[in-house]
Write a protein that binds this ligand. Structure first.
Ligand code: SAM
Length: 215
């Protein structure tokens, strides 16, 4: 992987900050401590790369705040080799965290340009994931069922296609609300027909735009 020693120290500080903020899964912290987030953003923003903040990546989109990435990943509670679907590839950062933790990763992005950029970055950093340009509100039925699905944009409602593409025991982590604020939901598929839903913390995401999202 490409590395620049100037960024090791701020990256380690970010990991400590996330730990203090309540992230407990050491595998998540280890992954965040390895991934060169600065290489996924414009060089003019490199000085902010390891601040706990969302940053612009073009097309009006953002690379999520590291705490948000860590929290969503932790909530998936997946094991090595589990099949995880991400909706909203964006910069590819969350995708890399999932890969680094040993998941079998699938990710959908609606902006063609971001899809191509993320694909290139993943390959340059040596990560293997299946990426697709398209509407993630419909999931990705070809590779379903998934052990976990993480949606990295704010949805007006829970898209039913995503629920249907979960394995029994699988978890969907999705922010749902209006355009200003969303509550993080974790929905566990308990059996073929039953689901258990938890309402967690509030967040602010860019909108999930698509057939089963915002129009
Ligand atoms: N996971 C990303 C990362 O680590 O950089 C976060 C990206 S950003 C917060 C959310 C992304 O969701 C944006 O890139 C946006 O284009 C994408 N998005 C919005 N609606 C979508 C949809 N229906 N299908 C796929 N991607 C979508």
């Amino acid at each position: 992987m490409l590395e620049d020693r100037r960024f090791s120290r701020p990256r380690n500080k970010l990991v400590e900050h996330l730990r203090e903020k309540g992230i407990k899964d050491e595998r998540v912290l280890l992954a965040i401590g390895k991934i060169p987030r600065h290489l996924l953003i414009d060089s003019g923003l490199h000085h902010k790369a390891y601040e706990d903040t969302a940053l612009p990546i073009g097309m009006g989109q953002t690379i999520s705040q590291p705490y948000t990435v860590a929290r969503q990943t932790e909530l998936l509670e997946f094991g090595k080799g589990d099949r995880i679907l991400e909706i909203g590839t964006g910069s590819g950062y969350q995708c890399m965290v999932l890969c680094e933790m040993g998941a079998d990763v699938y990710s959908v992005e609606r902006h063609n340009e971001l899809y191509h950029r993320a694909k290139k970055a993943l390959s340059e950093f040596g990560y293997r994931a299946m990426l697709k340009a398209g509407d993630g509100t419909l999931g990705w039925s070809t590779y379903a069922p998934y052990d976990g699905i993480v949606v990295t944009a704010g949805a007006p409602v829970v898209p039913q296609d995503l629920i249907k593409q979960l394995n029994v025991g699988g978890k969907l982590v999705i922010p749902v609300g209006d355009e200003k604020k969303q509550v993080m939901l974790r929905i566990v598929r308990v059996s073929e027909t039953e689901y258990h839903q938890e309402e967690l913390d509030n967040f602010k995401f860019v909108p999930l735009i698509g057939e089963k999202g915002w129009k």
